[in-house]
Design a protein around this ligand. Sequence first.
Ligand SMILES: NC(=O)c1ccc[n+]([C@@H]2O[C@H](COP(=O)([O-])OP(=O)(O)OC[C@H]3O[C@@H](n4cnc5c(N)ncnc54)[C@H](OP(=O)(O)O)[C@@H]3O)[C@@H](O)[C@H]2O)c1
Length: 417
Amino acid sequence: MDKKKEFKVAVAGYGHVGKDTVKTIIENSSIMENRTGIKLTVKTIFSRNIDKVQNDKFLDRVEIKTKDLNDILNDDDIDIVIEVLGGMDTAKELLMKIKKPVVTANKALLANCFGELIKDRKTDIAFEASVAGAIPIIKAMKESLVSDRMEGVYGILNGTCNYILTNMTKNNLDFNVVLKDAQEKGYAEADPTFDIDGIDTAHKLCILSSIAFCNVISFDKIFIRGIRNIILDDIVFASELGLTIKLIAEAALDENDNAYIYVIPTLLNDSNMLSKVDYAFNAITVVGDRSGDTVFYGSGAGGRPTSSAIVSDAITLARNSLITDELRVPILGFVNENKNIKVKDFKDKNETFYVRFKSNNNNLLAFNEAFYDINIEKSVERNGYFMYVLKDVSINSIIEAIEKVEKIEDIFIAKIK
Ligand SMILES: NC(=O)c1ccc[n+]([C@@H]2O[C@H](COP(=O)([O-])OP(=O)(O)OC[C@H]3O[C@@H](n4cnc5c(N)ncnc54)[C@H](OP(=O)(O)O)[C@@H]3O)[C@@H](O)[C@H]2O)c1
């Protein structure tokens, strides 16, 4: 019997990513067909804004344009579904009810509902686009690095934060000035909370660490500190030390299977390749016990790069449908969960930290004394702020020591790597 070559696709969501996904499927159809022998055709687009889209030559080539999710759920003729709605409600309903292989870019949904989505699931979910846009990190971790014990994965996973930090560093600008510029240029949302508070980065880290450690990592186990309270003095202080501040997502595994999974501003040495990753770009280093450090770099967002990962996933799912279940790569890249993994609280982990805060009543000496059993590498008073480099200490011990002197809400803490 001839193998199936044509696959009908439904796309849910016709916004930034949805539009580019449809465009990529149509425009690059022959490239994909030449490479794979598979032809994808967009049969259906479901999106609540579908009536408002005008002058769209790609939409004209799609048979069904609908605002009714049932037109996807009940159509047996559809082979593969692509979810690019975003949000939790309708996207989750679609992923839970659909009996077809599904591609999603929805990191928030995956990070919060992975267990539920994959439990007893009979059909594939592919999600390359959910982390770092066009960078094929998920396939690399699930397939190429299959022989490695992954000891860590860390990277820059949010283009908005990286754009802000790069601009502050290169142009000596304050956080609020750069955030406004990022919003005007479309790099930041009107409500930037998910980006600047590190939540979007943590969603992606949840996905990567689940793959790396063969364990469905619960989102609430991730320690998260974003860049909302960074000031220019932090950037200047770091550069005086020869270091660059980036928002880093990191998951690290020790020899006893203790995992620390966290998002925190991090001062990187020039020799670390991630210190050179600027503006909206993303990069990820995977640390394997055989491969060593492998660095992946590229466009982390935007409709066009993201569509590349989505359509690649659709091709993978089409291929998967032609083979037996045993030959498919499992959704998270493992058949058996590593039950030995223990996710520990990063606040208890000893590291080197940069700490900056302002006191209402006390002087540097008072805090130096409070840090008496902590290894102070550097302490400076500048522009009314106290700045410290503290070695071999945990965040909990730092906060405890500061609070012995004074209760301070706004403390900027960054890891030094
Ligand atoms: N943008 C990126 O660069 C990027 C990169 C990687 C991953 N992603 C992920 O890709 C997904 C889509 O992002 P996007 O930037 O394309 O978002 P978007 O521009 O807001 O597009 C979403 C589209 O889906 C429609 N929609 C949303 N909820 C719906 C619902 N309940 N019922 C019907 N239609 C609905 C929206 O309609 P309205 O226009 O009426 O709201 C809009 O047309 C998200 O999960 C996002 O996290 C995005």
